[in-house]
Write a protein that binds this ligand. Structure first.
Ligand SMILES: NC(=O)c1ccc[n+]([C@@H]2O[C@H](COP(=O)([O-])OP(=O)(O)OC[C@H]3O[C@@H](n4cnc5c(N)ncnc54)[C@H](O)[C@@H]3O)[C@@H](O)[C@H]2O)c1
Length: 345
């Protein structure tokens, strides 16, 4: 299946097919692959014909330093305005490859082959590219759309179980903010089911892709509805940085903190947090952590959604319905303390 989605900054071709298609979208003679050390080893048989830039695997390498190394290698390869850059990997690779491609020579064509579930359902979509800066997640970046995203779910065969969990954090997020029926169906299955049922997994990925595309086409620059995708990400990003947790695990905890806030701020029934906890546990995601709230708040006050003394926070009315509410830092701090005190750690 193939279709195009048009955003204000560009049109993206989505292909759900086979990695063999890559040669048509990005021929080896005119393309350079950016990937990480794990993916490069696993998929040498696919990327072997390409000029390749390999970055070390891990969030700690989503930095300006890695970006500089990428640019140096692009120069060594004599990459020019018509060279296509392909980000072949998880969300770290797609974020940094998209950023490198969109600033090198003020922008060269690029496409993505997402290889983690998280990148397939979220990170590769929507045009947000960037790197971290010190303790601040995605502090440097831009919005520029890839020209293609090629999906081959066979690439997930090598994905470790923990990375499946991380991907499910974002899938559960879509259920929470947009789609109660998705949430309900997730509560009937588990990672093992989706790993064994290619058809159900394919449908699940396509559903998430369509939710993200719908949101980003309405609001590419994140002035309104796109902010809803940050459910769980405000506290989540700070937790990710402070405790060096994978993105999906941090989002899992962040979604529960958002529920605690909503219980106080808008009488969200506590049953929603119970349902969310159950589903997160089903997908082997963490639901408690001993937080150091002062350190967490030091990071959180620099969140990109901050204005003066408040942050646009994403809260739930119910499963499947979310809204944006500016919240003072004190309210958020109190909720993180409540969360820290309530957990079974
Ligand atoms: N741009 C966006 O809109 C957006 C949205 C969500 C998340 N993100 C970013 O995405 C990143 C997280 O992405 P991620 O969870 O994919 O992390 P990741 O890119 O670090 O990948 C996780 C691990 O899986 C390995 N891996 C990748 N593909 C594999 C495969 N097929 N088989 C075996 N191992 C494989 C990687 O080497 C890595 O060790 C974070 O930096 C987050 O900020 C961006």
């Amino acid at each position: 299946m193939e279709y195009n989605v048009s955003f204000p900054t560009g049109t993206v071709q989505y292909s759900f097919s086979d990695i063999g298609e890559l040669a048509k979208k990005a021929p080896a003679e005119s393309s350079i692959i950016i990937t990480d050390s794990n993916v490069a080893t696993l998929y040498q048989h696919i990327i072997g014909d390409y000029r390749t830039i390999i970055i070390p695997a891990g969030e700690e390498y989503k930095t300006e330093n890695t970006l500089h190394n990428i640019v140096e290698q692009l120069l060594e390869f004599k990459a020019h305005k018509k060279t296509t850059i392909v980000g072949f990997g998880g969300g770290v690779v797609t974020d940094i490859a998209g950023y490198a491609a969109s600033i090198y020579m003020r922008g060269v064509p690029f496409g993505f082959v997402p290889t983690t579930l998280l990148a397939m359902v979220d990170a590769a979509i929507g045009g947000k590219n960037g790197v971290n800066f010190g303790l601040h997640k995605n502090m440097l970046g831009n919005i520029r759309q890839p020209s293609f995203i090629l999906y081959d779910s066979q690439l997930l065969k090598t994905l470790p179980e923990i990375e499946w969990s991380n991907g499910f954090a974002e899938i559960i997020k879509y259920g929470c903010i947009f789609d109660a029926s998705l949430f309900n169906s997730l509560s009937k299955y588990d990672i093992g089911y989706y790993r064994a049922n290619a058809k159900s997994l394919g449908k699940l990925i396509e559903k998430c892709v369509s939710w993200k595309n719908k949101t980003v086409t309405e609001d590419e620059k994140e002035n309104g509805v796109r902010k809803l995708l940050n459910f769980g990400h405000t506290a989540g990003h700070a937790i990710e940085t402070l405790y060096n947790l994978p993105h999906g695990q941090a989002v899992s905890l962040g979604m529960l903190i958002a529920c605690i806030i909503a219980e106080k701020e808008c009488a969200l029934p506590t049953d929603v947090r119970t349902q969310l906890t159950n589903i997160l546990e089903r997908y082997k995601l963490p639901t408690s952590l001993k937080l150091h709230t002062d350190q967490l708040m030091d990071i959180l006050v620099m969140d990109k959604k901050r204005s003066n003394n408040s942050i646009d926070y994403i809260l739930l009315n119910s499963i499947g319905s979310a809204f944006i509410k500016p919240l003072p830092f004190d309210t958020i701090k109190q909720a993180t303390e409540d969360f820290a005190n309530a957990g079974n750690h």
